[in-house]
Design a protein around this ligand. Structure first.
Ligand code: SF4
Length: 357
């Protein structure tokens, strides 16, 4: 049993039809890496993200064409879209008018207070949220001087300043992220910030890296923050297909016992006692269950030492023998199958569970 995490209560806002903060579940976000103006490619990627369970998607809006593409994209997808804007306040307004469900801005690079106010008024008029994205790479000069560099406290001061600015301009729905590319500063910054505000927090480690370093940094950073009860939406950043970000995001939430999303597959690392090809079996099962929504625990174990015990504790599982395996379901032995029939037998039984649910 995973110990329960007491989530810090934040203000509830909405991103399209997704509730964020308050008592809402932590939601999983990602960001497309297509050219947003390429509507067909962007829609195709968002559909793959939806299939993986992504709940909110962000798209880059570097120019007018990308901003206006949002209206065509929105008509063909089901999840809310956040427009990512830098430097040009007019693009934020154009994206909101094209139907974006939220705007991600860094007020520091949007320009004068008057321009920021124009964006706030537009967001309120369209009843959409603004995420303030504080990033270790783009802190205000005076804050950098005051703290002699990019420290967690410096990042928090920038976040609080920007929240106060947007709220003084009348913004109704706000969310904040405060990301550094290293885990220690990111965790420290979120911990400090959550003591100072009840604004919903979007959690991630920025520019986390390729698959292995990215998964490790994101899992540690996001995991440590979530385990303190902090975080309302998460995004894993990987230099990879964004679908991988969504999968890793849900694995983090599942591992912490925060959310259930599809099967939880446990498998042993194998050792000298394993006499079946468990690597292939585990891989095949993982691929086959990738988009299965059933929240079940599946055990794939190499032998009878820990195998039957784990397999019995799971909803369904297999324990390997010599070129064969025992299939267990809800603590009962279903049957013994030769290795080549094991995966099909397991998937057949899982299929029946689906019908039973
Ligand atoms: S379940 Fe069996 S094969 Fe797998 S690691 Fe444990 S002892 Fe080794």
């Amino acid at each position: 049993m995973v110990p329960e995490i007491n989530r810090k209560k934040t203000r509830r806002i909405t991103v399209g039809d997704v509730a964020v903060g308050g008592t809402s579940p932590v939601s999983v976000q990602s960001m497309t890496n297509t050219f947003t103006q390429d509507v067909a490619a962007t829609v195709a990627q968002i559909k793959r993200l939806e299939e993986a369970g992504c709940e909110i998607v962000r798209v880059a809006v570097p120019d007018e064409e990308a901003a206006s593409a949002i209206s065509s994209i929105k008509g063909r997808i089901s999840i809310p879209v956040i427009a990512d804007i830098h430097f040009d306040y007019r693009l934020a307004i154009a994206a909101a008018e094209a139907g974006a469900d939220g705007l991600r801005i860094n007020p520091g690079n949007i320009g004068s207070k008057k321009r920021v106010k124009a964006v706030v008024d537009c967001a309120n008029a369209h009843d959409i949220m603004i995420r303030i994205g504080v990033n270790s790479g783009s802190l205000e000069k005076d804050i950098l001087q005051k703290y002699n560099g990019v420290t967690a406290i410096a990042m928090v001061e920038s976040a609080v300043r920007n929240i106060e600015l947007l709220e003084s301009l009348g913004l109704l729905q706000v969310k904040v992220s405060i990301k550094a590319s290293d885990v220690a500063r990111t965790v420290a910054a979120y911990s400090l910030l959550s003591e100072k505000t009840d604004v919903p927090l979007h959690v991630g480690v920025t520019e986390a890296g390729g698959l292995y370093p990215g998964i490790v940094k994101s899992s540690l950073g996001i995991g440590m923050i979530l385990s303190q009860g902090i975080g309302d939406t998460i995004r894993v950043s990987l230099t990879r297909d964004p679908v991988e970000e969504v999968r890793v995001g849900f694995e983090i939430l599942k591992a912490l016992g925060i959310r259930q999303h599809g099967p939880d597959i446990i498998s042993c690392p194998t050792c000298g006692r394993c006499n079946i090809n468990l690597f292939d079996i585990a891989e095949e099962v993982e691929q086959a269950l990738m988009s299965n929504p059933l929240p079940i625990k599946v055990a794939i174990m190499g032998c009878v030492v820990n195998g039957p015990g784990e397999a019995r504790e799971a909803d369904i599982g297999i324990a390997g023998g010599d070129g064969k395996g025992i299939l267990f379901k809800k603590g009962e032995v279903v049957s013994t199958f030769p290795q080549e029939k094991l995966v099909d037998a397991l998937l057949d039984e899982i299929g029946k569970m689906k019908i039973e649910e």
